[in-house]
Design a protein around this ligand. Structure first.
Ligand SMILES: Nc1nc2c(c(=O)[nH]1)N[C@@H](CN(C=O)c1ccc(C(=O)N[C@@H](CCC(=O)O)C(=O)O)cc1)CN2
Ligand SMILES: NCC(=O)N[C@@H]1O[C@H](COP(=O)([O-])[O-])[C@@H](O)[C@H]1O
Length: 232
């Protein structure tokens, strides 16, 4: 970790849909040598029952949370579209003025409506102005170029059982329109053991992810700080 990271506290927005164990890894790493000078300023979920929302509220200090479900949002006004929803998610996020957005088990494909706003390409009326692109990164439980999309763990396990792969892993990658096709930020391989149940594989994978998401987040924040240093 270079010391270019120093300076103002870095602000992180985390998007979740479920248990939030990777969010918990980030919460626990805040302002430690693993993730120095960084604070999670918002946790946003598209599922009301996501336990990650509880983790955020139980953090010390508590982390502000927001919930916005796609279907309830659409049902509230039939004229609304998925792009409208993505713009609202963007509004919630940019109003917290994050330096970085981390998708940590966020199970919703983002349209360009979201990406164009957080990149500053399009401004959102009535929201904070985005003066420089806010990077978005995603944690994915598979290696680059394989098993893109949802339910990757199950598909990886099945491919291993069929002898199609010998190992797997997890990656954090930049988020672009094409799902799981953004440039890898960091990749960690995970061994696969013949005959082991999926639960054992998944446990090892998650433990790897908890390290990976913190290290990858720190790496990107470091890159942001270095870029800012170049432009200041
Ligand atoms: N534009 C992008 N959006 C998202 C990316 C990305 O790389 N580009 N990564 C995903 C995370 N993800 C895999 O890592 C992923 C999540 C969800 C889905 C998916 O099919 N979602 C369905 C709903 C599924 C459900 O609700 O269970 C959907 O959005 O309609 C695929 C991949 C996050 N977004
Ligand atoms: N395609 C995205 C995807 O599958 N993400 C996966 O969701 C889980 C979230 O766990 P968590 O809610 O305990 O952090 C993680 O395993 C992450 O890789």
């Amino acid at each position: 970790m270079s010391d270019s990271y120093q300076g103002r506290e870095r602000r992180i927005a985390v998007l979740i849909s479920g248990s939030g164990s990777n969010l918990q890894a980030l919460i626990d790493a805040q302002n430690t040598p693993a993730l120095p000078n960084a604070r999670i300023v918002a946790v946003v979920s598209n599922r009301k029952a996501a336990y990650g929302l509880t983790r955020a509220l139980q953090a010390n200090p508590p982390i502000p949370t927001a919930y916005l479900g796609l279907q309830p949002y659409l049902k509230a006004d039939p004229s609304r579209t998925r792009q409208d929803y993505d713009r609202e998610i963007a509004r919630i996020v940019i109003n917290e003025k994050p330096d970085l957005v981390v998708l940590a088990g966020w199970m919703h494909i983002m349209s360009e409506a979201f990406l164009d706003i957080v990149s500053g390409e399009k401004q959102l009326e009535g929201a904070e102005k985005v003066t420089r692109p806010i990077p978005v990164i995603n944690l994915h439980p598979a290696l680059p170029g394989a098993f893109d999309g949802a339910h990757a763990i199950e598909r990886v396990y099945e491919a291993f059982q069929k002898g199609e792969i010998t190992h797997s892993g997890a990656m954090v990658h930049r988020v672009i329109k094409e799902v799981d096709r953004g440039a890898p930020v960091m990749v960690k391989e995970v061994e696969m053991i013949a005959g082991e149940p999926i639960e054992a594989f998944e446990e090892r994978l998650h433990k790897t992810e908890w390290e990976l998401i913190v290290q990858a987040t720190a790496k990107v924040l470091d890159e942001i700080a270095a870029l800012e240093g170049q432009h200041s």
